[in-house]
Write a protein that binds this ligand. Sequence first.
Ligand code: NAD
Length: 330
Amino acid sequence: SSIDSLTKAEAQTLIQQLRPQLKAWGEAYYSKDAPKVEDAVYDQKYAQLVAIEAKFPELVTPDSPTQNVGGTISTDFSKVNHDIPMLSLGDVFSKEELADFVEHITENEANTYNCELKIDGLAISLRYEAGELVQGSTRGNGQIGEDITANLKTIPSIPTKLTRPLTIEVRGECYMPKQSFIELNAKRDAEGKPVFANPRNAAAGSLRQLDTAVTKERKLSTFMYNVADYEPLTARTQSDMLVELAELGFTTNSSFEVAHNMAEIDDYVDRYTGQRDDLAYGIDGIVVKVNSLPVQRAMGATVKVPRWAIAYKFPPEEAETVVREIEWTV
Ligand code: NAD
């Protein structure tokens, strides 16, 4: 049976199973840094919920996981208000869906796109006043994050002073390099401590530490790729912004490329799908963004995701067992 034949009552029953399940998995993943299932399993259930809600929009409620940026705020840290929210990304799992997204945007605007690697870490925001780092935070629930300034100051790739005295909020990804992850888990295993499921969870666990000395020895790194507000910059495209952020002293990922059409995006996706295992850090997909920053701003965002970007998620690795058949019946 398919989603087309679902009645509203059946949809409601499925929703009542899916939402608590996804919330429980999200809680384990975000608060405890200990996922209960593979990402691909989570993604599949999430996609099922999205599809049901798309067919029955009247069943969407504000507390649905589809309407909230996943994440938690620990009472261990003081809170930081994100005046400009930190969002998630819409995702697609096939080239066809990616092409649909690009085609839809191209209909409205003559756009070029910036292709970037989707770094498998956690989002951070860094606030600078007159070029000095004053605050660093986690994404939290998107509106409110955790103040982890002291932890972030231990990471060598994060400048405490910019090359120009800008007042600006810069956003990006904090991650644990593959080698650091392997060494950390080997050490923890030898000490009889539980190992981390993956580098993302290890990075999250290492960053949200009360003892900053622990964060420091975990060898974290960062790639910055966004700003809350581009006005303080000269750049007016995503690709120029990455260059300018590097000039300001940030570490950026140099693998980005401007694409003019779907064929070029396709080529980028294929190349990095092939090189994925050779990189020193984990990536879980490719992010395609409208390159013009004013167009990004004009397109805006939903409550959860920007309308000007999409994440193409790599197919799960072979070792991961995923139920391919979606069961729509109750
Ligand atoms: P996401 O991680 O899929 O995508 C959004 C994030 O991508 C951004 O917040 C940013 O941090 C990051 N990102 C990396 N590189 C980027 C770049 N170049 N440009 C822009 N952003 C970039 O979304 P999410 O909402 O944080 O989390 C959902 C993901 O978490 C899903 O993939 C899901 O599988 C996983 N998850 C897993 C479980 C589980 O139990 N295994 C539970 C909850 C969530």
